[in-house]
Design a protein around this ligand. Structure first.
Ligand code: ATP
Ligand code: MG
Length: 390
């Protein structure tokens, strides 16, 4: 007897795009994600993708958890494959679904027969299995209209399958169906969440991190690596470009008025990230900005940073409160890492009174004191590349 995972076509999030391509990309993504756990067979039939372990020693809890983080699946089920005998089904169903049934008050059994030669009709199967469940859990009530648990028995050609309630998938669109994008990742709470949200829409991710040693420590770079690893559990592997930013920050400190430090710095980030993205065939930038959260995220400040980007900038958190962002960061496991207290380059040389109503003209004036192109070029040459995740 083995456990398998069923992903129904109807539960695939995407309806419009070419379904076959979509399904192929999704299966490829699932394959990549669970390959380290063992050998699997993939079967596409009757609008269902079945993931079947090839050996008995595979940790199916881990498989289910990983599949639960693959974008493009709204819901999925774990199912027990059993011989096509009522005795087996009635023996196995209460035991297999014990975790779900033990805490429920109501349930119903639904039977589906694709093998029409099976001796019992669907209502007969439901009644027998329902009886078997009630004798193990006598306090349960049958509720056909609004049950807490729906037990499904499927009689197929070779085997019968038992499953309980469906599990919630990661939703979104399969990674790779929307192109590639580059996230500006800091060690904070917001940018990993922004990365996750855009990956959920089908984007493959690259990441750019600006580090200013010795003002920022190796631990803060390691923190970024660990944050991206959490995101990669959903998005698949991420190529991280760590850019040496020290010279630029010192030049800004020495040559620009203090109230403009952050904005000049953020425009450098946009220019350099754009250049890296272009080289990597990435078609958009992603930031964790949220309107008005800090001085560099007022509308005039955002207009100034946007002006130097050479491609669309996605800011999925623009309308979110911090509480809402934290809820997602806890869900994806980045929150506890984000709050570790390591310096980010944004927190060195921060002005006491940053300008909140800058204009592009003001910034261009200030930037005349710097050799923008040469500085950006040197930073680009001083970049480390790491691959994070699978
Ligand atoms: P976060 O929590 O993501 O750090 P934040 O609220 O601290 O965001 P800022 O520090 O103003 O905001 O940064 C705004 C955005 O700029 C970040 O969400 C991120 O996309 C980008 N960013 C900031 N610092 C860096 C960095 N060191 N490397 C790369 N991108 C950065
Ligand atoms: Mg930050």
């Amino acid at each position: 007897m083995k456990e398998i995972i069923l992903i129904k076509n109807g539960e695939l999030a995407l309806k419009g795009l070419n379904r076959a391509t979509f399904e192929d990309i999704l299966i490829k993504n699932i394959r990549k994600r669970i390959k380290p756990l063992g050998e699997f067979e993939y079967r596409k039939e009757q609008s269902t993708v079945s993931v079947i372990p090839a050996t008995d020693d595979i940790d199916m809890d881990e498989v289910a958890e990983r599949i639960g983080r693959v974008f493009g699946i709204a819901r999925y089920s774990r199912a027990l494959q059993v011989p096509k005998s009522m005795a087996e089904i009635c023996k196995c169903a209460p035991k297999y679904l014990e975790d779900q049934l033990r805490f429920a008050k109501t349930f119903k059994v639904e039977a589906k027969r694709s093998d029409k030669k099976f001796p019992l009709t669907s209502p007969e199967i439901s009644a027998e299995v329902g009886g078997a469940i009630l004798s193990e859990f006598p306090y349960l009530k049958v509720d056909v209209r609004n049950p807490e648990i729906i037990v499904t028995i499927e009689i197929r050609e070779k085997f019968a399958f038992i499953r309980g309630n469906q599990l919630k998938g990661a939703g979104g669109l399969p990674t790779g169906t929307a192109g590639k994008s580059t996230v500006l990742i800091s060690g904070g709470i917001d940018s990993p969440v922004a990365a996750y949200m855009m990956a959920k829409r089908g984007l493959v991710l690259n990441a750019v991190h600006f580090a200013s040693p010795p003002y920022t420590s190796p631990q803060s770079e390691d923190k970024v690596f660990r944050l991206l690893k959490q995101v990669a559990a959903y998005s698949g592997s991420i190529t991280l470009f760590t850019v040496g930013f020290t010279e630029i920050q010192e030049e800004i400190r020495d040559n620009c008025p203090e109230d403009m430090f952050t904005l000049v710095m953020r425009r450098f980030m946009m220019r350099i990230a754009s250049a890296i993205a272009e080289k990597e065939d990435s078609k958009a930038l992603i930031t964790g900005e949220s309107l008005g959260q800090v001085a560099s995220q007022t509308l005039p400040a955002i207009a100034c940073t946007d002006a130097v980007a050479t491609m669309p900038v996605f800011r999925p958190l623009i309308g979110n409160d911090k509480d809402e962002i934290i809820t997602v960061s806890r869900k994806i496991g980045t929150f506890d890492i984000s709050i570790e207290p390591f310096e980010d380059c944004c927190t060195v040389f921060t002005p006491k009174h940053p300008k909140t109503k800058p204009t592009v003209q003001m910034l261009e004036e200030v930037e005349k004191n710097l050799d923008i192109d040469a500085l950006a070029q040197r930073a680009l040459e001083n970049t480390k590349v790491t691959v994070v995740g699978f």
